[in-house]
Design a protein around this ligand. Structure first.
Ligand code: G6Q
Length: 550
C-alpha cells in the first residue's frame, strides 16, 4: 500500500541525478560563488529566529531542480500528509507515527482507528504540568517531607537520549537547586556512580520505558528501588518513583502504583518520544513553560514542513542534500557540529534518530535494497572537535558533509568568548568550501620567507582541496522554542530520507538479534547452562571470561 511499484534508483529523476553528479564532480563551489553574487541569498531560508544557509553545497539550479523532482517521484508530499493524518505508515508494526500530535498546539483532531488522539494527549500534558510544578514548588515531597531536588531518569535508547540531550540543552533554565541524572547503561557503574552522589530523601526516580520490559531499564530501576527501600523503607516508593510507559500491567508488576504512571502510546516511537511524558524530566528541570515552548517550536517546524512548497521546505531540502551526497557522491558519513556547549549530546541523539530510523536494507515492498541508505552520523561540540576529527574533514581522502549549528547569542556572553566561537564556525565552513590550492599554499610559504626547497617540500601538505560541503544553521539563541524547532527539523529530515529510500523509518528490528543472543549467553556465563551452539570464537571468549571472573 505504501510501497512504490518502481524502485527509486530506477526512476528517471534518479538517472538524471546520476548524470548531474558526473557533471557536478568537476565543479568547484568557489567558482559558483564567484559567478553568482546572489548564491547565498538564493540558497538561504528563514523560519522564525532560525536561518539555514545551504549555499555551500555542491549544487546548482539544475541539481536543485532534479532533487526536487526526486522528491516528487518519491511522493514525499503525499507521505508527509499521510503521517500528519495518522495513517499507519509504520507498516512493519502496523502503527501510526504521530509524534507531531504531541505538539499539535491547535488541537485539531487527529484520528487513529477512528479515535481522536488529542484528548488523551492533552490529559497527559495536564498531568505533566501539574506534577512537574508540584515537584518544582516542593508540593510533591519525598517520604520524609523533603523537597525532591535530585531527578534521576532511568531509561535507555529513545527513553534516554532525547530527554538527556534536551535537559542539557536547557541547563540554563534549570530550577534552583535541581540536579538531573541519567542512568541508561546496564553497566553497574552507571547506577553506582549516580547513586553515590544522591541522598534518598531528596531523590525522585522517573522510570521511562515504553514497553517496561527492557532489561537494562528494569535492572537499573530494581537496583535503585532496593537502594531507596534500604534507606527509607517500602512505603517510600510511591513518593520517590514514577513511571512513564505504555504498559500499565508491567508497571504495576514492578511495584509502581499506576497512579504514579504517565501514559504514552504506540503511535509514538521511542526515538521520537521526548515530546511525550518521556520528557517529564525536561518539564521538571526547565519548568513546564519551557517544555511547552519546546513543543511550540516543534509545532512551528511541523507546520512549515507540512505546508511549505518543496523548494522552501527546510527539512525536505536538508534530506535531499543528504541523499545527493549519500547516493550520488558515494559519501558514507555526515557530521553534526553544534557550536554550543549545551548541545553536547545532540550528535548522540541524532545518531539514534538517523541511524536507527534509516539504517535499513529492506524496502517497503519487502525487497532487499541495492542502494545506500543511512549515512554514519557523528559529531561533537565546536570548537572542541576542530582539534580532533577536523583534520580528516579538511584533508581526508573523501569528504564529509557537515551541519554547523550555532546561536548568534550565547547564554553565557563572557568577554569575547562567543565572538571567537562565531568566528570559528564561519571560518570552518568557508575554509571547507574554498580550500587552498597548492599554488596558494606555495605563495603563502614564500611570503613567510621560506626557501624554494622548503616551499616545494611543504606546499602539498599545506594545501586544502576545498569543495567540501556544509549547511550552516543559525538561531538567535538556543532557547526551548529553538530547541523544539531544531529537533523537529531533524526528525522530518530523517523521515524524508526514509521516504526517498522507500523504507520504514519507524521500526528498529535490527537491534533484536543481539538482544536475543545476549539472553542465551547470560545463563552460560553465569554457569547455569553449558555454552554450545556458538562459533569457536564466542565459545572461547565465554570460557576465558569465566576463568577470569573465578
Ligand atoms: C527507539 C527504540 C529504542 C527504545 C529502547 C528503550 O526508537 O525503540 O531505542 O527506545 O529500546 O525501549 P523502552 O522504552 O521500551 O524501554
Amino acid at each position: 500500500m505504501f510501497g512504490r511499484s518502481k524502485e527509486i534508483n530506477k526512476s528517471t529523476a534518479w538517472k538524471r541525478l546520476e548524470s548531474q553528479a558526473k557533471k557536478m564532480r568537476k565543479i568547484q563551489m568557489r567558482d559558483m560563488f564567484d559567478k553568482d553574487p546572489k548564491r547565498a541569498e538564493k540558497y538561504t531560508l528563514k523560519l522564525d529566529n532560525m536561518v539555514l544557509d545551504f549555499s555551500k553545497n555542491i549544487i546548482d539550479d539544475k541539481t536543485f531542480e532534479c532533487l526536487l523532482k526526486l522528491a516528487k517521484q518519491a511522493k514525499v508530499k503525499q507521505k508527509i500528509e499521510q503521517m500528519f493524518a495518522g495513517d499507519k505508515i509504520n507498516i512493519t508494526e502496523n502503527r501510526a507515527v504521530l509524534h507531531i500530535a504531541l505538539r499539535n498546539k491547535d488541537n485539531t483532531p487527529i484520528y487513529v482507528d477512528g479515535k481522536n488522539v488529542m484528548p488523551e494527549i492533552n490529559n497527559v500534558l495536564a498531568k505533566i504540568k501539574s506534577f512537574s510544578e508540584a515537584v518544582r514548588l516542593g508540593k510533591f515531597k519525598g517520604h520524609t517531607g523533603k523537597k525532591l531536588t535530585n531527578i534521576v531518569n532511568i531509561g535507555i535508547g529513545g527513553s534516554d537520549l532525547g530527554p538527556k540531550m534536551a535537559v542539557e540543552a536547557l541547563r540554563k533554565y534549570w530550577g534552583k537547586g535541581i540536579n538531573c541524572y541519567f542512568i541508561s547503561n546496564i553497566d553497574g557503574t552507571a547506577c553506582a556512580e549516580v547513586l553515590s552522589k544522591l541522598d534518598p530523601e531528596t531523590t525522585l526516580f522517573i522510570v521511562c520505558s515504553k514497553t517496561f520490559t527492557t532489561i537494562e531499564t528494569l535492572t537499573n530501576a530494581k537496583t535503585c528501588r532496593h537502594w531507596l527501600v534500604d534507606a527509607l523503607g517500602e512505603p517510600a516508593v510511591s513518593k520517590h518513583f514514577v513511571a512513564v510507559s505504555t504498559n500499565a500491567k508491567e508497571v504495576e508488576k514492578f511495584g509502581i502504583d499506576t497512579e504514579n504512571m504517565f501514559e504514552f502510546w504506540d503511535f509514538v516511537g521511542g526515538r521520537y518520544s521526548m515530546w511525550s511524558a518521556i520528557g517529564l524530566i525536561i518539564a521538571i528541570a526547565a519548568g513546564y513553560d519551557n517544555f511547552e515552548k519546546m513543543l511550540a517550536g516543534a509545532n512551528a517546524m511541523d507546520k512549515h514542513f507540512l505546508n511549505s512548497e518543496a523548494d522552501k521546505n527546510i527539512p525536505l531540502i536538508l534530506a535531499l542534500i543528504s541523499v545527493w551526497y549519500n547516493n550520488f557522491f558515494n559519501v558514507r558519513n555526515h557530521a553534526v557540529v553544534a557550536y554550543d556547549q549545551y548541545l553536547t549530546y545532540l550528535p548522540a541523539y541524532l545518531q539514534q534518530l538517523v541511524m536507527e530510523s534509516n539504517g535499513k536494507f529492506v524496502n517497503l515492498d519487502n525487497k532487499f535494497i541495492n542502494y545506500q541508505t543511512s549515512p554514519v552520523i557523528f559529531g561533537g561540540a565546536g570548537t572542541d572537535v576542530q582539534h580532533s576529527f577536523f583534520q580528516m574533514i579538511h584533508q581526508g581522502t573523501s569528504f564529509v558533509p557537515c551541519d554547523f549549528i550555532v546561536p548568534a547569542i550565547s547564554h553565557n556572553e563572557v568577554g569575547e568568548h562567543h565572538e571567537i566561537l562565531l568566528a570559528n564556525v564561519l571560518a570552518q565552513s568557508e575554509a571547507l568550501m574554498k580550500g587552498k590550492t597548492v599554488a596558494e599554499a606555495a605563495s603563502e610559504l614564500k611570503s613567510a620567507g621560506k626557501s624554494v626547497d622548503e616551499i616545494n617540500r611543504l606546499k602539498k601538505y599545506k594545501s586544502f582541496k576545498g569543495n567540501r560541503p556544509s549547511n550552516t544553521i543559525i538561531f538567535k539563541k538556543i532557547d526551548a522554542y529553538a530547541l523544539g524547532m531544531l529537533v523537529a527539523m531533524y526528525e522530518h529530515k530523517t523521515f524524508v530520507e526514509g521516504v526517498i529510500w522507500n523504507i520504514d523509518s519507524f521500526d528498529q528490528m535490527g537491534v533484536e538479534l543481539g538482544k536475543q543472543m545476549a539472553l542465551k549467553i547470560l545463563p552460560e556465563l553465569q554457569g547455569s547452562r553449558e555454552s554450545k551452539d556458538h562459533d569457536s570464537s564466542t565459545k572461547a571468549l565465554i570460557k576465558m571470561i569465566k576463568k577470569m571472573r573465578k
